[in-house]
Design a protein around this ligand. Structure first.
Ligand code: URA
Length: 239
């Protein structure tokens, strides 16, 4: 038996604090009965939020989304900004993004209610690669590319080695460079901070690949279910 809020957060359905608030608000049931704060439950119990089953009893759902800029990767926002869940209006279940993209970053995001998959893929020891295309101000030279690839000191420590290549660049007054970076860490604003550390402010950032999955032709703002093969492939990273 575990505290209910711990089970809810392990299922990936909410943080512990959010889970406590949901319980206090009377929105959580265990085996059909309204839960109270402090209650213990078992992972095999039927735990539901607003009547929607979560945890082991919930049907597992897996989506891939092409996130546009201007959406936050959170389930709700105190400042009333649009969240990625607004892009999946037909999905009524409790799903959560696997990792985060900044408000102004676009691209590939996986969403699921499978807490095991989420934790499995985000575990730092798993070294799951994510690939980004960043457009930054100025011309990024070979020395800077090498520094980004070898590891660079940020305020939270050295970055791990990364695969980095220059895609193209525009010279002239408003010069810019586009680089592709593959990293396996997932620190807050990592790509923006890496490029800023070598003197180049990011103008646009897109994630094009996560754990080897790509968006293919999924248009910006659209989502689809992952296929069984894709889900099995992702589970292969931690099972
Ligand atoms: N790195 C960033 O700087 N931002 C993201 O959204 C993802 C990776």
């Amino acid at each position: 038996m575990e505290r209910l809020q711990k089970l809810i957060s392990q299922a990936g359905a909410a943080s512990r604090r959010e889970a406590e608030r949901l319980i206090e608000a009377g929105r959580v049931t265990v085996n059909g009965k309204k839960a109270i704060l402090g209650q213990q439950a078992d992972i095999r119990d039927k735990i539901a939020i607003d009547g929607v089953l979560i945890g082991a009893k919930a049907k597992k759902l897996y989506f891939i989304l092409n996130k546009p800029k201007g959406y936050i990767c959170s389930v709700k926002d105190d400042r009333g900004r649009k969240t990625v869940l607004d892009l999946l209006p037909d999905v009524k279940d409790y799903i959560y993004p696997v990792g985060r993209l900044d408000y102004n970053t676009e691209g590939l995001l996986i969403l699921t209610n499978d807490g095991e998959l989420m934790n499995g893929l985000l575990h730092p020891g798993r070294e799951v690669f994510k690939t980004y295309v960043a457009k930054a101000k100025g011309i990024i030279n070979d020395e800077e590319l090498r520094m980004l690839a070898d590891g660079i000191m940020l305020e939270d420590g050295m970055t791990a080695p990364a695969d980095v290549r220059l895609i193209d660049a525009g010279r002239g007054k408003d010069s810019w460079s586009r680089v592709e970076l593959s990293i396996h860490e997932g620190r807050n604003r990592q790509v923006r901070r890496m490029l800023s550390a070598v003197g180049h402010e990011v103008i646009a950032l897109k994630r094009i690949s996560f754990a080897g999955l790509t968006l293919n032709n999924l248009p910006r703002g659209f989502y689809r279910k992952l296929t069984e093969r894709e889900v099995a492939y992702l589970k292969g990273f931690y099972k």
